[in-house]
Ligand binder design. Structure first.
Ligand SMILES: *Cc1c(COP(=O)(O)O)cnc(C)c1O
Length: 502
């Protein structure tokens, strides 16, 4: 399987090279030349396998320059961290007791080391990268640079810690992350990790990192130190492809729990930000997983809801800070890959849309493309009050606690079901533990949080609901602080060079 760009005709490359490069030289994203197929019989055979084995088998369809043994090793290393044997267990909720035939399988993607679904990709990516270095004969070290507003930083740290031939450095805004997020990062162990606070906000940290990526002088100094820069953000193919696996696995769990039979169609509902997670569901569908509709759930930043309804993508709009911060995004980068595939690989058309998005802030897709998207997608957005209301209602009905992002997609699903009367069983992507968003969850449950800091809120949520607190959060209180560095934004490059030389 070779990889090509969404924006122009480039020389096709292997997956190892695509994973190391991250972004194509023409600014486009790497996509597989063809989407591989899986038969129903093959899906059935996966039933007997562990999550790790399912991952190795399915990744093998895309990463054909890796051997089966290599992918098996990557999966074992990536997923031995998870605190449950099923890796992505599902909790079956019967949303409407009058319609028990319409279950919702809430696929808990957050049992990894940082309690967010990003672990599933970020535990795998470092191993894929390390092997990619070997394959292309690269002897330099890779230095992953991350600017974070919270969650991605910790998930990337946990993934890259102590992975050979890699280093990772995370910059976060000194006062711009929650106390829990900060503790999660500054207690990160590992010989190859660095965490530095920046005096400034997230934009300062992000701009600083982008500057370093674009600075030829720093790059050449790093070369002399035997270090190459790379990033771990969600447009890297190596971060997307591990996400396809859990949709197959969730489908098999629905069979296991007698909700569906092999071959039955399901709908999939996903709380969406950068369009990575739902795009992985789209790949699963195109590969042959029996899926009828993909439900794209947004918060008040409803640029995608409007796009799927009208065919116009318009990023020029008010930006809202919500209780679902991981979905506060106006440019959903991975949508570009969907446009490429559904336009039949028309890179000229995709290039035109992306150019217009850049210069005018919007684009409108043509009719045939819109018609094709309509067959697969349905989009809904959810307000802040509706989100909180759903947390309360689902907790009231099932004693089952949702995080805010997961509540958005369950609420969007319920709107979809109300409008269409389509009661197909659903797999819902639960993207974070409710313990990662304690203040909003407690507020939804009408528990006062005045004067309580993050750690006190964790304990209160545990007391109120008795829901199991993830181990990594439960031990935060007592963990050693390992990273105390703080710098000004114009010192970031110097810090990178110092860490690279270590
Ligand atoms: C990142 C994230 C999302 C959005 O996922 P995308 O792949 O960016 O669409 C949703 N929920 C949580 C908790 C996240 O961390």
């Amino acid at each position: 399987m070779k990889y090509i760009s969404t924006r122009s005709k480039i020389k096709p490359i292997n997956s190892a090279e695509a994973i190391l490069q991250g972004l194509a030289t023409d600014g486009g994203l790497f996509v597989p030349e063809k989407i591989p197929k899986v038969t129903i019989e093959e899906i059935g055979e996966l039933q007997k396998k562990t999550y790790e084995q399912r991952a190795a088998r399915l990744l093998g369809k895309y990463l054909t320059d890796y051997t089966e043994d290599e992918l098996g090793e990557c999966s074992e290393l990536a997923y031995n961290w998870f605190d449950v044997t099923a890796r992505v267990p599902i909790a079956v909720l019967i949303q409407d007791p009058k319609n028990p035939v319409a279950p919702v399988g809430n696929m808990e993607l957050w049992h990894g080391p940082t309690s967010a679904f990003k672990d599933i990709a970020l535990q795998m990516l470092p191993h894929l990268m390390r092997m990619a270095l070997e394959k292309v004969g690269e002897t330099k070290k890779i230095l992953i640079l991350v600017a974070t507003s919270g969650d991605t930083g910790k998930a990337a740290l946990a993934g890259f810690a102590d992975v050979p031939q890699t280093k990772i450095m995370v910059f976060y805004p000194e006062d711009g992350v929650s106390k829990i997020q900060k503790l999660q990062m500054i207690t990160q162990a590992g010989d190859n990790v660095n965490v530095t606070a920046v005096r400034g906000n997230f934009d300062d940290a992000q701009t600083g990192v982008k500057k370093i990526f674009g600075d030829k002088k720093i790059r050449s100094e790093l070369e002399k130190l035997g270090v190459k820069l790379s990033s771990a953000n969600s447009i890297n193919w190596g971060r997307l492809v591990p996400q396809i696996v859990y949709y197959f696995s969730g489908y098999l769990e629905l069979i296991q729990t007698n909700q569906i039979k092999l071959g039955d169609k399901i709908n999939i509902s996903v709380p969406t930000g950068n369009f990575g997670n739902i795009l992985a569901a789209y790949y699963a569908l195109r590969m042959g997983l029996p899926v009828k509709k993909l439900i794209c759930a947004s918060n008040m930043n409803n640029v995608l809801t409007e796009f799927f309804a009208t065919g116009v993508y318009n990023r020029k709009r008010e930006f809202f800070k919500t209780i679902t911060p991981s979905m506060d995004i106006l440019i959903s980068s991975n949508l570009e890959r969907l446009l490429y595939h559904e336009s039949g690989g028309d890179f000229k058309q995709v290039n035109r849309y992306m150019t217009e998005l850049n210069s005018l802030g919007k684009y409108k897709i043509d009719k045939p493309l819109k018609t094709r998207l309509d067959k697969i997608f349905h989009a809904e957005y959810v307000t802040e009050d509706e989100t909180k209301d759903f947390i309360k209602r689902i907790y009231g009905s099932f004693k089952y606690l949702l995080d805010t992002h997961t509540a958005v997609s369950i609420c969007a699903l319920s709107k979809y079901r109300g409008k269409t009367k389509d009661l197909t069983p659903v797999l819902n992507a639960a993207t974070a533990s409710p313990y990662k968003f304690t203040s909003a969850v407690l507020t939804a449950l009408e528990k006062p949080i005045d004067g309580l800091d993050d750690l006190a809120q964790l304990k209160l949520l545990n007391k109120v609901t008795n829901a199991k607190m993830p181990k990594n959060l439960a031990v935060l209180d007592a963990a050693d602080i390992l990273h105390k560095d703080v710098c000004d934004k114009d010192e970031m490059a110097q810090k990178v060079l110092e860490f690279a030389a270590k």
